[in-house]
Design a protein around this ligand. Structure first.
Ligand SMILES: Nc1ncnc2c1ncn2[C@@H]1O[C@H](COP(=O)(O)OP(=O)(O)OP(=O)(O)O)[C@@H](O)[C@H]1O
Ligand SMILES: [Mg+2]
Length: 392
């Protein structure tokens, strides 16, 4: 039996913890606020600012975990190298967590060191540098703070007059003390996918069937599995995913994001952990969901194969306002639907656009994926968060 220190206790951490509980592991869940989703199902919890390296050191010393499993990016990941030296396994590796918390490290690794196809990109630390960078990568282009997630501080530059706005917006949405942005050419993709990739200790790297998704305001709205991808594009994406996960090292599940265009596949970014779009695997699309796969890989339990059992979709349930007592209406309507399920994450508070739950639908492998996505969307639309105040 191992002790796992889970850094980040959202809905993804909650499902991971449930998977760990099912096979008798001990989980201490950490986040910046009390009663976070994963804390509700863990053995113990800690409330700290995970960007505070000393606070992080203190709980690692206190709990002496076998594994540190990051669930979010905003952690003082530089300390992870020390924990590795102390003999703790950082999942999937200190390097993977540290490189992916900063877009520069992972992008340079992918594009320069590994030669993967990415959008043309440059960096900038001032509005003037951004102007020069835009002149090189062209317009339209996408600006993102190096340290940010969920689309925070991200905007598209279409004309010269957008440049200063984009800079200011990126500064506002940036995490961390130094503000630097990446500006990359807008990729005119026909679809985007997440390729869940599982690296194992002493066993081959495995891939899940590709997951399609639709993004709005920087967060995914619906995801589905399998995405329609040509054999050629899939092999190319798998090859890139294998290279980048190998370079980052360690065992675990990664969510590798790609843009598919008529000119081929572009690597975008990756999460060295379960991916939010991978919640579709909670619809029983696979023999193991993404959380079970992550756990098994971490514990060096051999995964023989990953099989697609059903076609499935997920659609998010979002709040529309602030509340300290989120309530839900319409759940019984969702429950009454065939081949449909849902999760409510148990978040103690809501705010506009906060993800509070997810609807899951599935059907046979012969059913067109569009039909299943449509059912998930319609079912999610039946749920209203905080119904009394929304209708008042
Ligand atoms: N160069 C680009 N061209 C076209 N669209 C892009 C580009 N970069 C990002 N996007 C769009 O914005 C979305 C979010 O971008 P990205 O994944 O880089 O940011 P993020 O903030 O890390 O998001 P998340 O943390 O939610 O994955 C992408 O999924 C894609 O839809
Ligand atoms: Mg992304």
């Amino acid at each position: 039996m191992s002790k796992i220190l889970l850094l980040g206790s959202g809905e993804l951490g909650k499902e991971f913890t449930i998977a760990a509980q099912r096979i008798g592991q001990t989980v201490i869940a950490v986040d910046s606020y009390e009663n976070a989703p994963a804390m509700q199902v863990a053995h113990g919890f800690e409330v700290i600012n995970m960007l505070d390296g000393d606070a992080l050191d203190a709980i690692v010393a206190k709990h002496q975990p076998d594994f540190i499993v990051p669930e979010i990016e905003a952690i003082r990941t530089e300390r992870f190298y020390d924990y590795e030296k102390q003999g703790i396994t950082v999942v999937p590796s200190a390097k993977a967590a540290n490189f992916t918390m900063n877009r520069k490290a992972i992008r340079d690794l992918a594009a320069k060191e590994l030669g993967l196809r990415t959008a043309n990109y440059r960096y900038a630390t001032t509005a003037e540098e951004l102007e020069k960078a835009v002149a090189i990568v062209g317009m339209p282009s996408v600006v993102k703070p190096l340290m940010s997630s969920s689309g925070k501080g991200q905007s598209t530059i279409k004309t010269e007059s957008d440049i200063e706005k984009a800079w200011n917006y990126a500064v506002e949405g940036s995490r961390g003390d130094v503000v630097e942005v990446i500006v990359e050419a807008f990729v005119n993709f026909h679809s985007e996918i997440t390729l869940l990739t599982v690296t194992q200790n002493n066993n081959p790297t495995l891939f899940c069937a590709p997951i399609g998704h639709r993004q709005e305001r920087g967060d995914y709205q619906e995801s589905w599995q399998p995405a329609r991808v040509s054999d050629k594009d899939l092999l190319e994406a798998q090859d890139m995913a294998r290279k980048v996960t190998e370079a980052l090292g360690g065992a675990g599940l990664f969510g590798v994001e790609f843009f598919l265009t008529n000119e081929g596949v572009y690597f975008s970014e990756l999460s060295p952990r379960p991916h939010d779009t991978g919640m579709v695997t909670l619809a029983n699309t696979q023999n193991f969901n993404e959380f079970e796969l992550h756990l098994r890989a971490i514990l060096s339990l051999p995964i023989f194969e990953i099989t697609l059992e059903k076609n499935g979709a997920s659609a998010v349930i979002l709040a529309s306002e602030n509340s300290n007592h989120p309530t839900f209406a319409g759940i019984e309507k969702v429950a009454s639907l065939p081949k449909t399920d849902f999760r409510l994450f148990g978040k103690p508070t809501s705010r506009p656009y906060r993800r509070m739950g997810v609807v899951l639908t599935n059907d046979s492998l012969e059913t067109p994926i569009e039909t299943i996505v449509e059912r998930a969307k319609e079912a999610a639309a039946l749920v209203v968060v905080n119904p009394t105040s929304v209708m008042a």
